[in-house]
Design a protein around this ligand. Structure first.
Ligand SMILES: [Zn+2]
Length: 326
């Protein structure tokens, strides 16, 4: 586990730019497109989506508290239905992949929206689990899960809204997993199916809890593990922060990385995947959400500007990996 401080790097980049040296983008036209994409990420969209998912009703007030427990068909199917309606309103084709979750009778499903590439079926994945849980869960209990993980799910919808306005060489999948809280069951089924089909995945950006920053230091973590592929994805994100001046401090975790979110399901098949998460006890500092898995994990405790900046880093990096077509 290493702390990567970007302060000095930013200073040197600024110095080089002021001296007239080029900041080494891939090409100026694609850099302009990525900047345009990043600038469209909208905090208000996070409020709308998280509000719906925490209450399962929506509206400005977010007063009532719902649940997205994967074992309850009513709760989780409603949460997925919101995502499906949203993706389809953007003109994206959606697919529900069925899998078996032991605590639920009948099939469970993840939800995928696809944005086909102009040249290739190689995949870039932007993912989050939409299900929630609280400690000691019963079927009728509220599990608002605003941070865990309506925040990451909202970022997936926001990625779809913005990226579907552009064309990319490679295909992008926007995925909402379920069954994460029961042991990554939904994403395991998804990743196994992909591997079985011989799918080529260029990178998986999995967001899980991106809305809590009580000390407002902008610290967040990228869990890459020790393999080359995911480390390259982390590097792409760190470079995106620098190039587009997104005010966050990344902590890239290699040997200290956790596999306890849906990116872990892709690691099992050697697919390059990273976990993007707020400041947890795994990293150099710890500002973990104390309302985790409780009825108090609500929108009122979140910093949506922080969630927005993390989403900017992910969407900007994913867009570069998918290669915009000017
Ligand atoms: Zn989570």
């Amino acid at each position: 586990m290493r702390k990567i401080s970007i302060g000095l790097v930013l200073f040197l980049v600024a110095l080089l730019v002021s001296l007239g040296a080029a900041p080494t983008p891939a090409s100026s036209s694609s850099t302009a497109i990525i900047a345009e994409i990043i600038n469209q990420v909208d905090e208000q969209q996070f409020r709308t989506h998280i509000c719906y998912w925490q209450s399962q009703e929506g509206g400005e007030e977010c007063n009532s508290l719902g649940s997205r427990w994967s074992c309850s068909p009513t709760a989780i199917d409603r949460a997925l239905g919101y995502g499906q309606r949203y993706f389809e309103s953007l003109g994206l084709k959606t697919q529900s992949d069925a899998y078996n979750l032991p605590c639920r009778s009948g099939p469970s499903s993840n939800l995928t929206a696809e944005w086909p590439g102009t040249e290739s079926s190689k995949l870039v994945l932007i993912t989050a689990h939409v299900d929630s849980v609280i400690f000691g869960m019963g079927a009728s209990q509220a599990a608002p899960g605003a941070d865990d993980n309506a925040s990451g799910s909202a970022a997936v919808l926001e990625a779809a809204r913005i990226l579907s306005k552009y064309r990319f060489k490679h295909t992008i999948h926007f995925v909402l997993f379920t069954g994460e809280e029961q042991g990554l069951i939904g994403s395991r089924a998804y990743a196994s199916r992909m591997a079985g089909q011989g799918a080529q995945i260029l990178g998986v950006f999995n967001m899980d809890m991106i809305g809590y920053d009580s000390d407002r230091d902008g610290a967040f973590e990228i869990h890459a593990g020790t393999r080359e592929g995911p480390i390259a994805l982390a590097r792409l994100m760190v470079n995106t922060l620098k190039t587009f001046e997104i005010k966050l401090t990344p902590d890239v975790l290699e040997s200290g990385a956790t596999n306890r979110s849906d990116h872990g399901s892709f690691w099992r098949h050697n697919y390059p995947a990273v976990l993007v998460i707020e400041d947890t006890e795994y990293g150099a500092t710890n500002d973990f959400n104390p309302h985790y898995h409780s009825v108090n994990d609500t929108l009122s405790h979140l910093d949506l500007s922080y969630a927005k900046r993390i989403a900017q880093a992910v969407i900007g990096a994913a867009a570069q990996l998918a290669e915009p077509v000017p």
